[in-house]
Design a protein around this ligand. Structure first.
Ligand SMILES: [Zn+2]
Ligand SMILES: [Zn+2]
Length: 50
């Protein structure tokens, strides 16, 4: 079995783009998000450069 490629449940970004939780993403409700911002709809922070 190949490891499942994880992607953000909201925008579908692949794990290499995740910034949340040191790149591990944020798990909630059985789904995985790139960061908590995608989960709670406060805005994805993965593209912020500052
Ligand atoms: Zn996301
Ligand atoms: Zn994000």
């Amino acid at each position: 079995m190949m490891p499942e490629e994880r992607s953000c449940s909201k925008y579908g970004m692949t794990q290499s783009e995740w910034r949340g939780n040191d790149g591990s993403g944020y798990d909630a409700d059985g789904q995985t998000y790139c960061c908590v911002g995608c989960y709670d709809d406060t805005g994805c922070t993965c593209h912020a450069e500052s």
